[in-house]
Design a protein around this ligand. Structure first.
Ligand code: C2O
Ligand code: CU
Length: 486
């Protein structure tokens, strides 16, 4: 949110240089942070069932007026869903929107028919009822719409929420987990509003829309009252295009405890954590009684030219959230020194290596085609994917169904913040990134999963491919009957 001139980028988008809230990125914090309600569902016959409705609504987000928004079980965003490893979960999603949409469980290991990607479209008035078993470690996942070619707009209008997974290992650790008290969703999004307070959804540059107002959990200028010396912030970049490098205004460090797919081996002390669209991080913010600090996004080196850096927001210094500690702060236990096992995908025994080159809205020269399977993967083998952004534009890379291990970035071992489970990773231009993946369950060979750039405008324009997970030698075109090789 530098001055208006910073935003006059090339490309086909329309962009007027409307004055942002203020040109310094400083916010007059004044609204209590909204905490999305926790939905633990109802247990019926041993299955945890979530009843969800995607719907239209009206929300006063900024003082200028009321916006038409979309939400899940409400007018804007949706409840925080929560389930435990080993549980069977089911969702009944009714679509009361005037358009076809989907809900995708980002980061979840599950059958492709339950994935909520572009092949699981839910027409207006219809109900979709996927179910699966939670078979992965405790993590901060999220859900969002994924209709083919329309994802950016549906997310921007307000559909989405967290999906927290618990497990016994995480529950045994002395970590803050009192939801809404010392364990806080921080869903960060940027939006642009017109003079009547309505969402503007046309201001688009090469990489999508950069909003002039930062929201946390749908709250503009948000203030959170911390009640404990340790607050666990579950950071989610749910913006369509903007990246954030989170840090604290007085320069104090944060303890990073988890990334996309769950806990790190041990807390890592950091000053900044870069999250590109779709990525999550859990950090512990430590405060003393009466203190106030601002969570802020700082300019970040992303390997981009200056104009491209501006088109991701990486050049901006922005206020995100004011955290004010109450006077009688509860004392949290000391942070555990060991959290979880490091990912180990047996990269010494690799069944296949694939390369993915991202350039000009395409992956390996192909634009997304719902009818084309791009990759056929043999179940329960380790693969190495070499991913490269061969383009001066910012891109990231997200893979459905699994959490991956970063093997190397430009030939070097990953830094600690990229050493845990990930499902989305930033791709600096011209850097080879090697990730190891393992797809542990066979699924219907006629129903693919996706990999794609999570800058949603790029995804919508076709920077996405499809894969299936089958038995060795099986053809992806066969129907859903499960038959072995030969
Ligand atoms: Cu978060 Cu394919 O998406
Ligand atoms: Cu991209």
């Amino acid at each position: 949110l530098a001055s208006g001139t910073a935003l006059t980028l090339g490309g086909c988008g329309i962009f007027d240089s409307r004055e942002p809230i203020n040109t310094s990125g400083r916010v007059d914090f004044r609204n209590p942070l909204r905490i999305p309600p926790l939905a633990e569902g109802t247990v019926r016959d041993g299955t945890r069932v979530f009843d969800l409705v995607t719907q239209t609504g009206r929300t006063r987000i900024v003082d200028a007026g009321v916006a038409d928004t979309w939400g899940v079980n409400g007018a804007l965003l949706g409840p925080t869903l929560r389930a435990r490893r080993g549980e069977r979960v089911a969702v009944n999603l009714r679509n009361d929107l005037p358009e076809t949409t989907t809900l995708h469980w980002h980061g979840m290991h599950l059958p492709a028919v339950a994935d909520g990607g572009p092949h699981q479209a839910v027409e207006p008035g219809r109900t979709w009822s996927p179910s699966w078993t939670i078979a992965q470690p405790a993590a901060t996942l999220w859900y969002h719409p994924h209709p083919h070619g329309q994802t950016e707009r549906h997310v921007y209008r307000g559909l989405g929420g967290l999906f927290i997974l618990d497990d016994d290992e995480e529950s045994a650790l002395a970590l803050p987990r009192d939801y809404g008290i010392d364990d806080i969703p921080v869903i960060v999004q940027d939006k642009t509003f017109d003079d009547a307070g309505q969402l503007v959804e046309t201001d688009r540059v090469d990489n999508g829309m950069l909003g002039d107002t930062i929201l946390v959990n749908g709250t503009a200028a948000p203030v959170f009252q911390a009640a404990a010396t340790h607050t666990r912030l579950r950071l989610l970049n749910a913006s369509t295009a903007r990246s954030y490098a989170f840090g604290v205004s007085d320069g104090r460090s944060l303890e990073l405890i988890a990334t996309d797919g769950g806990l790190l081996p041990a807390p890592v002390t950091i000053e900044r954590i870069l999250l590109t669209p779709g990525e999550r991080a859990e950090v512990i913010l430590q405060l003393e009684a009466g203190e106030s600090v601002t969570l802020r996004s700082y300019p970040q080196e992303m390997g981009l030219s200056d104009s491209r850096a501006r088109s991701t927001g990486a050049a901006d210094e922005l206020d995100i959230l004011l955290v004010r500690a109450v006077a009688d702060l509860r004392t949290s236990p000391a942070l555990p020194r060991v959290l979880a096992n490091a990912p180990d995908l047996h990269t010494h025994r690799v069944a296949a290596t694939r390369s993915f080159e991202l350039r000009s809205d395409r992956i390996n020269g192909e634009s997304m085609d719902m009818a084309r399977i791009d990759d056929v993967i043999t179940v329960d083998t380790t693969e190495i994917w070499e991913v490269r952004n061969a383009h001066g534009q910012p891109h990231n890379f997200h893979v459905h169904d699994t959490q991956f291990q970063v093997v190397s970035i430009g030939g070097e071992s990953p830094p600690p913040e990229l050493s845990g489970w990930k499902d989305t990773i930033y791709l600096p231009p011209d850097v080879d990134i090697r990730i190891a993946l393992r797809f542990t369950d066979y699924t219907d060979p006629a129903v693919p999963y996706m990999y794609h750039c999570h800058l949603l405008w790029h995804e919508d324009k076709g920077m996405m491919g499809q894969f299936v997970v089958v038995e060795e030698g099986q053809s992806p075109t066969s129907n859903g009957n499960h038959h072995g090789p030969g």
